[in-house]
Design a protein around this ligand. Structure first.
Ligand SMILES: NC(=O)c1ccc[n+]([C@@H]2O[C@H](COP(=O)([O-])OP(=O)(O)OC[C@H]3O[C@@H](n4cnc5c(N)ncnc54)[C@H](OP(=O)(O)O)[C@@H]3O)[C@@H](O)[C@H]2O)c1
Length: 162
């Protein structure tokens, strides 16, 4: 079976966004995101798709979940169900890139969680990643903390496998 990976940056309380935007932009984390996802299929919610400043992400198959038939945008394939999204990836690896509703939908089907843990609490958050059930998931890799030069935020990468 192909791998379904969730890729997400969370704060100390699992917060992931506020008012439609990400909580932080960590340069090294964005580079890593690109490295993981390039050449593969990515799936996102309609709200996350609309927030992408330059539209569909290049060199990836961009799949969007929406309940509406009206939503269309160049570079995106729109689907209505989780199964259609999985089918769009065919034998390719599928990366689930957010946001909150879409992470909630896919956490039961995913076999890998690629998490960036930001060592900070963003009080202004309104969107959260679901609780990771430690009876279902084990940590397969953890890095040391690094510090983002621009924001001063400390972060590390943690990978979970089912
Ligand atoms: N920290 C991170 O790594 C990260 C990554 C990505 C996004 N984010 C943040 O997450 C926030 C956005 O998340 P969100 O939860 O508001 O929105 P979202 O998950 O991006 O999109 C929600 C939309 O997805 C569609 N949808 C949801 N469930 C569906 C289902 N069962 N079947 C078909 N379509 C479905 C609906 O679209 P329609 O309304 O069109 O039907 C819904 O409005 C933003 O703040 C963003 O910056 C953070």
């Amino acid at each position: 079976m192909k791998t379904i990976s969730i890729i997400v940056a969370i704060d100390k309380r699992n917060a992931i966004g506020n008012k439609g935007d990400q909580l932080a932009y960590i340069r090294e984390d964005l580079r890593r995101f690109k490295q993981f996802t390039t050449g593969h299929t990515i799936v996102m919610g309609r709200r996350t798709a609309e927030a992408l400043p330059k539209g569909a992400l290049p060199n990836r198959k961009n799949v969007v979940l929406s309940r509406s038939s009206d939503w269309q945008k160049e570079g995106f394939t729109v689907v209505k169900t989780i199964q259609q999204a999985i089918d769009e990836a065919a034998d390719d690896e599928l990366y689930v890139i957010g946001g909150g509703e879409i992470y909630n939908l896919f956490i039961q089907s995913a076999n890998r969680l690629i998490i960036t843990e930001i060592d900070y609490t963003f009080d202004e958050a309104d969107t959260y990643f679901p609780t990771i059930d430690k009876t279902l998931w084990h940590i397969s890799e953890t890095t040391d903390y690094a510090t983002d030069e621009k924001s001063g935020l400390r972060y590390r990468y943690v990978t979970y496998e089912r």
